[in-house]
Ligand binder design. Structure first.
Ligand SMILES: Cc1cc2nc3c(=O)[nH]c(=O)nc-3n(C[C@H](O)[C@H](O)[C@H](O)COP(=O)(O)OP(=O)(O)OC[C@H]3O[C@@H](n4cnc5c(N)ncnc54)[C@H](O)[C@@H]3O)c2cc1C
Length: 341
């Protein structure tokens, strides 16, 4: 078994779940990640004003095995419960009457966040397998009937590998996989929506009882305090907020300049809140070109090349972290079945 070598593209939840599954059964696995950190869309931006969770906002679990994962993360202090004062719908004013505040959320499902920041949620999946960061894989090449070689954008060549799992968002996976086999053509039918995220540090706490707002304005699908803000009661620290533009607004303004996006969405929050907002001490934006799945593949993974190359990721099953975890797990089990039986 020690001779089997697997490559995984992407160090988000799907890729790391797959990697930890291989590692547990003693298979040699290497993860390639184009960015500097791990977690993918479980993302945290470090700034001198504090840490912003500008991607995933909270994680829920429908199935017992993912619930068990979240409990394990909680026990390892990599996850915590989040029960925000939540407002749903258009804001008339930041000081809405108290009945607008729900205790947590109406569905009564439990919301988790990574701890101390969102990108730490993957901590229980990390083990001594190799993660090659800042390696963007641009081509997968066959090297004999059962082997694959990966090429990155700095002329690096890696392998050979007995199997490859690709966990990039669907359009990026399609670019890598469609040249290999027509089996991967259905990835092109998956639809993912973009999301402009704005990170704002207010000099003083926003004068509102809400920690999170769903659709406070047609252009803003989500606005929430970011990170742990309990210390604000005692210290005049900046109040950190993340705004997510709606999929429609993000699509219509996808190629817009970052500074303009920041000021337009801040203006929209200002208008929706009907209040004078505190001074802004920091503002930045992040464009998620592929944020949320609109139309998933409809199955946990897609195999080609006799089961030795597999596409996985949240987009196979849905738009949530649990979908990514499940897809990564199923892809790894399918590959193990192919290689070991
Ligand atoms: C703004 C936003 C808000 C969200 N809110 C929620 C929420 O509240 N709750 C929820 O459950 N889900 C939410 N999601 C969705 C959730 O983040 C995803 O479902 C999940 O994180 C996807 O995990 P993944 O591993 O499939 O993909 P990713 O996290 O995207 O991981 C893929 C990784 O592959 C890397 N990669 C891509 N191409 C290459 C390449 N060529 N070479 C090397 N590496 C590559 C990427 O850098 C990335 O790290 C949100 C997403 C966004 C963007």
């Amino acid at each position: 078994m020690a001779t089997i070598r697997i490559a995984i593209i992407g160090a988000g939840m799907a890729g790391l779940k797959a990697a930890s599954t291989f590692h547990r059964v003693g298979i040699n696995v290497t993860v390639f990640e184009k960015s500097r950190g791990t977690g993918g869309r479980l993302a945290t931006r470090r700034t001198k004003f504090g840490d912003f969770n500008h991607g995933t906002q909270y994680v829920t679990a429908l199935n017992p095995d993912f619930k068990a994962f979240l409990h394990q993360a909680e026990n390892r202090k990599a996850a915590r419960n989040w029960n925000p004062n939540l407002h749903r719908g258009a804001l008339a004013h930041l000081h809405m009457p108290s009945q607008s505040i729900t205790d947590g959320n109406a569905a009564k499902d439990i919301w988790y966040q990574g701890a101390p920041q969102m990108n730490k949620l993957i901590t229980p999946l990390l083990a001594p397998f190799e993660i090659c960061k800042q390696h963007r894989i641009i081509r997968i090449e066959t090297a004999g009937p059962r082997n694959f070689v990966l090429h990155d954008d700095m002329d690096g060549e890696f392998g050979p590998f007995d199997g490859v799992i690709v966990t990039a968002p669907a359009p990026q996976s399609a670019e890598l996989l469609q040249p290999l086999a027509a089996r991967f053509d259905p990835i092109a039918d998956v639809e993912m929506a973009p999301c402009w995220a704005v990170m704002i540090a207010f000099a003083k706490p926003l004068p509102t009882a809400f920690d999170a707002m769903i659709h406070p304005d047609p252009a803003i699908s989500w606005a929430a305090r970011s990170g742990d803000h309990r210390h604000l009661i005692h210290k005049p620290s900046p109040d950190l907020w993340v705004l997510h533009a709606s999929p429609e607004w993000s699509r219509d303004n996808l190629e817009e300049d970052k500074e303009r996006i920041a000021s337009r969405l801040l203006d929209k929050l200002r208008e929706a809140s009907g209040a004078k907002l505190p001074d802004v001490v920091f503002i930045n934006t992040h464009r998620w070109r592929y944020a949320r799945t609109i139309k998933p593949l409809g199955k946990s993974h897609l195999s080609g090349m006799n089961g030795r190359v597999i596409a996985a990721g949240d987009w196979c099953l849905g738009a949530r972290v649990e979908a990514a975890w499940r897809s990564g797990k199923c892809a790894a089990h399918a590959m193990i079945e192919t290689l070991i039986g």
